[in-house]
Design a protein around this ligand. Structure first.
Ligand code: NAG
Ligand code: NAG
Ligand code: NAG
Length: 283
């Protein structure tokens, strides 16, 4: 191979690599992290959650969808939860954000702490402290019963994906029951969150055009409104700012649809606000 041919091959390869990474309007990757069952008013008093809010923009008017946990997760990826007001396993035959992403060749993964399955080993149950009800992808037949299930992985893979620079573009991260505030409260969740977010935030590669969304599935049931703490962090949003627009968990789906021009699932996400990125429009 002569020098010109080599340069040609390198060019073709790098163009190919660029094409397989789909640029978004505001961000190129999204990293969604779900905590559990705490009211906004309690969460914002926690010193760690408060400090983390200052790393980005606090969504001051953000709501869970319903109770109990599971339907909030289902709605976040599917735009509806079809009256599944239960935390028992459900098997749904509907499309999700995965169908929209894959139609545009946008990669995705569900990182689940303590998930005992993996590639060619779709684990369909729960094994404490991993709970299937907090991993919404597993509830949809067209994921669970296909090769797509390989995209549900133990959260330890995140570190490897960062090292290999092979992060997917849509990432959903569920901390286990001891880290997500479910069983150890805000104290447990904040001792997890502090080092977790510091580690990611200081990683230049990870944060490169990545929007981090930290949210809660629902409040503690005692605050009728279901208002929850949600913070967005990344180079495309302000630091130490407050966003007063009204959002709920469907807003995450709507934001993803708008960011990559995915079209719409045509469900409840059509009736909510996508996140506002006042200062930045790339396209
Ligand atoms: C997705 O990738 C496949 C295989 O590389 C390609 O044939 C197809 O045109 C791509 N689709 C889009 C929307 O880019
Ligand atoms: C960020 O990503 C772009 C491509 O989207 C790349 O050109 C750039 O080198 C990356 N920067 C860092 C610090 O990784
Ligand atoms: C967005 O604009 C506001 C007001 O002009 C400014 O205070 C803030 O720093 C900007 N944020 C970013 C990410 O540029």
């Amino acid at each position: 191979m002569n020098f010109q041919t080599l340069i040609g091959v390198v060019l073709v390869l790098s163009i190919h690599a660029t094409c397989s990474y789909v640029k978004g309007r505001w961000f190129d990757r999204i990293f969604i992290v779900f905590f559990e069952n705490q009211a906004y008013s309690q969460t914002i008093k926690d010193p760690t959650f408060k400090a983390v809010a200052e790393m980005g923009t606090l969504m001051n008017n953000f709501y869970g969808l319903t109770h109990p946990s599971q339907p909030n997760y289902l709605g976040t990826i599917a735009g509806n939860y079809w009256h599944r007001h239960i935390d028992l396993d459900v098997d749904l035959d509907y499309t999700t954000v995965v169908d929209l992403l894959e139609a545009k060749n946008i990669t995705w993964k569900s990182y689940q702490e303590d998930y005992p399955g993996g590639v060619n080993n779709c684990f369909k149950g729960s094994q404490y402290p991993y709970m299937r009800k907090h991993n919404p992808f597993m509830s949809f037949k067209n994921i669970r019963e296909t090769k797509r299930c390989d995209n549900i992985v133990n959260a330890k893979e995140l570190e490897e994906d960062i090292k290999k620079k092979s992060l997917p573009q849509y990432m959903f991260y569920t901390p286990n029951m001891l880290n997500n505030a479910h069983d150890t409260g805000l104290k447990g969740a904040s001792s997890f969150l502090g080092p977790f977010i510091q580690n990611l935030h200081s990683n230049e590669h990870f944060m490169n055009n990545t929007l981090v969304v930290l949210t809660f599935d629902e409040d503690d049931y005692y605050h009728i409104t279901n208002r929850v703490y949600t913070v967005v962090i990344g180079p495309m949003v302000g630091k130490n700012q407050i966003d007063e627009n009204q959002y709920n968990l469907y807003s995450i789906l709507k934001t993803v649809e708008d960011n990559w021009n995915l079209g719409s699932l045509g469900r409840r996400e059509e009736h909510v606000n996508a996140f506002s990125f006042k200062n930045k429009t790339r396209y």
